[in-house]
Design a protein around this ligand. Structure first.
Ligand SMILES: *[C@@H]1O[C@H](CO)[C@@H](O)[C@H](O)[C@H]1NC(C)=O
Ligand SMILES: *[C@@H]1O[C@H](CO)[C@@H](O)[C@H](O)[C@H]1NC(C)=O
Length: 398
């Protein structure tokens, strides 16, 4: 049994560990034909969102002609943005150019971004002119064209931020998705040497999030359900007694240890994230940690099998267990929604959890057949152990 539950566990664990591998961004500079292509001496493939920046820098008056290219996932109904940030490395404080279709025509507007929640058109700290935008239906990209003046002292070390969003409401770009690419789309830009780098923080934070996701998916999303199934179904077979008990306890205890590590990484990520809060995910995480801790301690308070309070203990232990099961799986999905890894990870988890559900339904049937047969074979002493969870001693009739 131990080896077969290990076999069940391994494929999803291996799958999840592959999450750490970075996704390759497609390179776009080489393939793009821009209006006025000749204007730009340099093109940089930016390290996230498959975006690129074409530019020429004019040292005589420290101004640059730029063309920013990126593709919103929703094509013409989305928006793209390119910004310089004179005060910080992220989105807050950035002086942004945002392009989208407004009243039928592509337009570029300027935004002094001072909130994570929404943006408001406003003047920006940089002088810009010749601002235009276009949508290229052939490749689904939007392009921002502009000229921008920067201070000569900063031209070699600017903080740039770029973004794509999927919708615009009443002429205001809506909040962008929170996928990995959307959170990594920042770095430094050297207009003089024609170079860009991605900022270090984004990558390591993404790695931390992936580790958090893996630990918790393995613990709450995979091991806890398997451990619960061991308790419910394996012990139907008297030959598995008391092995099922030790298997159940060791599975749930390892799940708890991994889960606590995952929970800790989650709390740390949450405390480091100043602007973005995922309240639902966080609260469910805290509830899970508390319930699981109570559940582990309940083991030491377990009354003897024949004790009159054992019925109530079982009732409480099972109730808590099912709550943890449901909340755990729910929070894995909430986490997947936040992390937005490639679709295949969500699909892999859905397939895994559905397969586990299918196995559970089958085993439930088998268990009922076994229990009913046992009842019929002992009419004078009806079996009462099933629903109140007492361990079975009688040999099986099948
Ligand atoms: C900088 O020089 C370019 C090219 O000579 C010119 O087109 C642009 O208007 C100048 N910009 C400023 C702010 O003077
Ligand atoms: C942008 O907004 C910040 C905060 O509201 C403000 O301090 C700053 O002066 C604004 N910058 C411009 C160019 O309007």
């Amino acid at each position: 049994m131990a080896s077969s539950s290990l076999q069940l566990l391994l494929p999803p664990v291996v799958l999840l560990f592959l999450l750490i591998a970075p996704a390759a961004d497609s390179l776009t500079c080489s393939s793009q034909k821009l209006t006025n292509n000749a204007l730009y001496t340099t093109c940089l493939d930016l390290p996230a969102l498959a975006a690129s920046l074409h530019f020429s820098y004019d040292a005589s008056n420290s101004s640059a002609a730029v063309a920013f290219v990126a593709a919103p996932s929703t094509g013409e109904s989305g928006w793209v943005s390119w910004a310089l940030n004179p005060t910080a490395t992220g989105m807050l404080g950035s002086q942004a150019l945002i392009a989208f279709r407004d009243a039928g025509a592509m337009t570029v507007k300027t935004y002094n971004v001072s909130s994570y929640a929404s943006v408001e058109e406003s003047p920006i700290a940089y002088e810009t002119w010749d601002r235009t935008a276009e949508y290229n239906s052939a490749d689904g990209t939007m392009r921002i064209y502009a000229k921008i003046k920067v201070s000569a002292a900063d031209a070699a070390k600017l903080n740039q931020v770029w973004q794509v969003g999927s919708s615009v409401t009443n002429g205001v770009p809506d909040k962008h998705p929170m996928g990995q690419g959307n959170l990594q789309s920042k770095g430094t830009l050297d207009l003089v040497a024609g170079q860009s780098t991605s900022s270090g923080g984004g990558g390591s934070r993404t790695k931390k999030k992936n580790i958090h996701g893996i630990l918790n998916a393995v613990s709450w999303g995979i091991m806890f359900p398997i451990g619960a199934m061991i308790a419910r179904y394996v012990r139907t077979f008297p030959s598995a007694d008391p092995a099922w008990f030790y298997l159940h306890v060791s599975c749930q205890f390892s799940a708890y240890v991994i889960g606590v590590a995952g929970w800790g990484t989650g709390m740390k990520l949450g405390s480091e994230s100043k602007g973005i809060q995922y309240h639902g995910h966080r609260n469910i995480g805290i509830a899970l940690f508390s319930l699981a801790t109570v559940q582990i301690f309940a083991l030491f308070l377990r009354p003897n099998k024949d004790h009159k309070y054992r019925f109530y203990w079982n009732f409480y232990h099972h109730g808590l267990g099912y709550t943890i099961l449901v909340l755990g799986i729910l929070n894995v999905f909430k986490g997947l929604h936040i992390l937005q890894p490639d679709n295949k990870w969500k699909s892999a988890y859905i397939i895994f959890i559905s397969a586990l559900g299918g196995v559970a339904v089958l085993l439930e049937l088998v268990t009922w057949i076994v229990v009913l047969k046992r009842r019929w074979s002992k009419p004078t002493k009806p079996y009462d152990g099933y629903n109140n969870g007492q361990e079975r001693q009688q040999p099986l009739a099948i």
